[in-house]
Every structure is written in structure tokens, then in C-alpha cells.
Design a protein around this ligand. Structure first.
Ligand code: KIV
Ligand code: ZN
Length: 522
């Protein structure tokens, strides 16, 4: 790879997935990994294998598919973590072990309780061990941006001597500002011997809204790998947004004079995929992939656009994969057109999944004239949850009136063949349906969040509900869709109940409580 190329290291499946509300199932992670590979990222950080057996399995499944990009796993500086990463990623032709240890005074004193020399010793030992297992080893001094500069240079030098092939500089708490980060990178370039032998990387969080700006400052100062996530998802305010940093490098090509290997026309579909999988909606005004990113409302702008699009448009929507026409499908659309659209939306479905989704599409097209992209995404996302039991919604009937409490009659089918039914009352139809579901399944929870979105346009659009509930000190998320919003809510609630029940079946010994990655939302 030339010096004029910036490597895109995607950590949606690790740092992004770690954020509350963003956890994904193995199947969903595989879908995202395939989309990332189509997008052209250079490295996929697929997870933190020591965090839980589920994380390990997911990293391994992604590595075993050998999608093309380097597959990387994160490890703390200890042999058990490093061995787990190696076992998980070794199925990929190109694989990487990423080890990290915190270096700032705050972290050394309060978190690690380690002296400066001990931290270096631990990093060096881990890098050496990782290098024995793998030729491609990345090292991150966590909280680098708040680490004493001279000491950071010492750590980075030691990491290079020990065999790290990429050294990543994280702004772990999103504290730095572009000019300061530029100085930090220039300082390292000047004071670390052999720094040009390795790839210098940057990893920014967005606590002050500067993750992209800080990453670009690092690139200008010599970083040639940017760590980022789709839609900028990640801990707290998130990570550097992949689509923003990539489009900044491309749109301001004459300024940066650097390339990435990203197929930018896959940005929008990949963003939609991650948003529909995680339930993290992209704000309308989000740069690059927000619904309004290319919408021109003000008359004066519209006039300018009609004269020449470059008056108010610095990028073409097509360049990020947003077709100007939201192609409409209807009941006469065939399997071919449907499959092509599904692919354009970023989904890779096998024949069975395509058939199942096509049947649902046909049913929906019978009910509503025009089927939009949002409806198709909702069908696909719903198909996954609708097939995971043990409970399935059989029927739902609700009554509401302005004078009396609402009532809901819910009938469910269990995978063992049992059918149950219950009528419950509540302040509104959703409350009544949720009451009935709790009684029928015996699963009690506290509703934390209920979000309703219209999947497309028009009064007959599919309603998409995402619920987050607490149960036994854990947070669970579920999603449901239907043209009837009470049914969509009930499906989302049932998905959560099914997740709780499936989790109860699994053995508690599965998770390693010592792993620091939070597994907050399931
Ligand atoms: O933010 C951070 O410091 C990290 C490291 C593990 C790279 O995510
Ligand atoms: Zn991070």
C-alpha cells in the first residue's frame, strides 16, 4: 500500500457494538462484516474475543468466512486474551492481533495501579507474544491523548522494538482538539526512532464532537490508518464516523491528496444496514448519510440547484450510494427486481432468506400500493426476529376508547405446540398488549424506551417499533414491524421476551466477568 493511501480500519463490530443499545447477534455481525467487505474497508475489527464466548464465536465466524479484509481481534496485555484472539482470527488469510494497555497517568494510577515501567513491560511482553502467533500486530496505548508526551514516545518506541507493525494513537475520551493532536503526531514522528517502519494509526472518540476533525488532523500529520465506525456508533458520543472521514478525504482530495480503498457508493446502504440492525437511528441532518444530507428546502437553494447542482452541493448523492429516486416496488415487481433492490440496500441474503423476504414483500404489496426501501428493510429485519422463538404472535385484537381503559387480547403459540390467550387492560393499547404478553409468558420487565418510526412514507407505511427493557439488571432490545403500530410494538416486545427466555436457557458460565467490554444491551 502506498504512502498516499489511508487504511480504513472499521471497528463497528468492536468499539461500535460495545456501546449500549448497539449489540448484535452473530448473524447480524456476519451481515455487517460482509457489507464492510463490499464497502472495501482494509481491516475489520470483529470483536473482543475474551469478552464473552459469544464474542469469540462471532470473531471466529467472521474470520472463517475469509471475506478479504484483514480480520482483527482486540486483546488486553495478557496471554489468555492474546491466545483467544489468535484462535478466533486465524481462519482468515489476513489476520491481526490488536493489544492495548492504558498509558495516561490517570489510568495508570487509578485503573491499573501500575508504574510507568510496569506498563511498558506489560505492553512489550504482550506484543512479543502476539508476534510469535501472528505477523500483523497492532498496539494501542489507551488514553494516549492524555499521556505525558515524552512517556508516550517511550512507550511507542518500545512497542516498535517489540515488533508492533501498527501503532494506534487513541483519543479514548474524546478530549483532544485538532491543533493539539496534530502536534502530538508530529512529536511522535520526530522523537520515535523507526516510526516510519510501522503504520501510524488514529482512533478518536466524539465526546466533544471532534472525532472526525481530530482524525483528519492526525492524517495530515502522518497517520495512515483511521479507526472508525459506520454512522459513528460507539461508546458514549461514539467514534469517528467512517462515512464522514472517507468523504472528507475524497471530497477535499485536492487538499489531502490521499486515497482510501472505499467504494463510496456502498456508504449509504452500509449505513442503513447498521442502523436497521442496531436500532440506532441516523439523525436526519447527519452528514453524508442523514435523510436531509442532500435535501434542499430553501427556495434560494432550490433555484441555485436547478441552475447548477454545484452551487449548493459539494458531493453528489450518487457518490455515497443514495439514488435520487427512492425506487418504488409494487405487487407487479418480480423476484429479480426485488433481489436487486435488496442487494442495493446492503443486504446479502441466501436463496432461502430471499424467498422468505420475497413472500413477505408480496403480502405487503397486496396491502399497500407502493413498497419503498424502508418497507423492504423492515421486512428483512423483521424476518430474522420473527423466526427466533420460543413464542410467536398468533393473533392480536385491541379495543380503545376515549372513556374506558384500552384492552388487548393476545394469543400466542409456543414452539412446543402450546397455544395460550389472555385479555388485559391498560392505559393505552400498547400497555394492555404488553401486560398480556408479560402474563402469558411469565417474563416481567421494565420498559425503558419505546421508539416508533415510519419505515417509509404514506399513511400505509410499515410502523417500526424498537423497545428497550430492563430485566434482571440487563438491558434487552427488540424490534417489530407491521402496518399496525400496536402489532409492531407487540412483536418488538415478544422479541425481547424471547431473548430473555433464550438467555435463561443458556448457562451462566458463558460470560467471563473479568472482561472489561460491557455487554449492556442484549
Ligand atoms: O478508545 C480506545 O482507546 C480503544 C482502544 C482499545 C483502541 O478503543
Ligand atoms: Zn475506542
Amino acid at each position: 500500500m502506498s504512502q498516499d493511501q489511508v487504511r480504513i480500519f472499521d471497528t463497528t463490530l468492536r468499539d461500535g457494538e460495545q456501546a449500549p443499545g448497539c449489540s448484535m447477534t452473530l448473524r447480524e455481525k456476519l451481515r455487517v462484516a460482509r457489507a464492510l467487505s463490499e464497502l472495501g474497508v482494509d481491516i475489520i475489527e470483529a470483536g473482543f474475543p475474551a469478552a464473552s464466548p459469544g464474542d469469540f464465536e462471532a470473531v471466529k465466524a467472521i474470520a472463517d468466512e475469509d471475506l478479504g479484509p484483514v480480520i482483527c481481534g482486540l486483546a488486553r496485555c495478557n496471554p489468555a486474551d492474546i491466545e483467544k484472539v489468535h484462535a478466533a482470527v486465524k481462519g482468515a488469510t489476513k489476520n491481526r492481533i490488536h493489544v492495548f494497555v492504558a498509558t495516561s497517568q490517570i489510568h495508570r494510577e487509578h485503573k491499573l495501579k501500575m508504574a510507568k515501567e510496569e506498563v511498558i513491560k506489560s505492553a512489550v511482553g504482550a506484543i512479543r507474544m502476539a508476534r510469535e502467533l501472528c505477523n500483523d500486530v497492532e498496539f494501542s496505548p489507551e488514553d494516549a491523548s492524555r499521556t505525558e508526551l515524552a512517556y508516550l514516545a517511550e512507550v511507542v518506541s518500545a512497542a516498535i522494538e517489540a515488533g508492533a507493525t501498527t501503532v494506534n494513537i487513541p483519543d479514548t475520551v474524546g478530549y483532544t482538539v485538532p491543533a493539539e493532536f496534530d502536534e502530538l503526531f508530529r512529536y511522535l514522528k520526530k522523537h520515535v526512532a523507526r516510526i516510519d517502519d510501522i503504520v501510524l494509526s488514529v482512533h478518536c472518540h466524539n465526546d466533544l464532537g471532534m472525532a472526525v476533525a481530530n482524525s483528519l488532523a492526525a492524517v495530515q500529520a502522518g497517520a495512515r490508518q483511521v479507526e472508525c465506525t459506520i454512522n459513528g456508533i460507539g461508546e458514549r458520543a461514539g467514534n469517528c464516523s467512517l462515512e464522514e472521514v472517507v468523504m472528507a478525504l475524497k471530497t477535499r482530495g485536492e487538499f489531502f491528496d490521499l486515497d482510501t480503498g472505499i467504494d463510496t457508493t456502498r456508504l449509504y446502504p452500509t449505513s442503513r444496514l447498521v442502523s436497521s440492525i442496531t436500532g440506532m437511528h441516523v439523525p436526519r441532518n447527519k452528514a453524508i448519510v442523514g435523510e436531509n444530507a442532500f435535501a434542499h428546502e430553501a427556495g434560494i437553494h432550490q433555484h441555485g440547484m436547478l441552475q447548477h447542482s454545484s452551487t449548493y452541493e459539494i458531493m453528489r448523492p450518487e457518490d455515497v450510494g443514495l439514488s435520487r429516486s427512492n425506487l418504488v416496488l409494487g405487487k407487479h415487481s418480480g423476484r429479480h427486481a426485488f433481489r436487486d433492490r435488496v442487494r442495493e440496500l446492503g443486504f446479502e441474503l441466501d436463496d432461502f432468506e430471499t424467498n422468505r423476504a420475497f413472500q413477505e414483500f408480496k403480502k405487503l404489496a397486496d396491502k399497500k400500493k407502493d413498497v419503498y426501501d424502508g418497507d423492504i428493510e423492515a421486512i428483512i429485519m423483521n424476518a430474522d426476529s420473527a423466526t427466533a422463538g420460543p413464542w410467536k404472535l398468533n393473533q392480536l385484537e385491541v379495543r380503545t376508547s376515549s372513556d374506558n381503559p384500552a384492552s388487548a387480547t393476545v394469543s400466542l403459540l409456543h414452539e412446543d405446540g402450546t397455544a395460550v390467550e389472555e385479555t388485559a387492560q391498560g392505559d393505552g393499547p400498547i400497555a394492555a398488549a404488553f401486560q398480556a404478553l408479560e402474563h402469558l409468558t411469565g417474563v416481567e420487565f421494565t420498559l425503558r424506551n419505546f421508539e416508533l418510526h415510519s419505515a417509509s412514507i404514506g399513511e400505509d407505511a410499515l410502523g417500526e417499533v424498537t423497545v428497550t427493557v430492563d430485566h434482571d439488571d440487563r438491558s434487552y432490545r427488540g424490534r417489530g414491524t407491521s402496518v399496525d403500530i400496536v402489532e409492531a410494538g407487540s412483536r418488538a416486545c415478544l422479541e425481547v421476551i424471547n431473548r430473555i427466555l433464550r438467555r435463561q436457557k443458556r448457562t451462566d458460565s458463558e460470560s467471563d466477568p473479568s472482561a472489561s467490554a460491557s455487554r449492556a444491551t442484549i
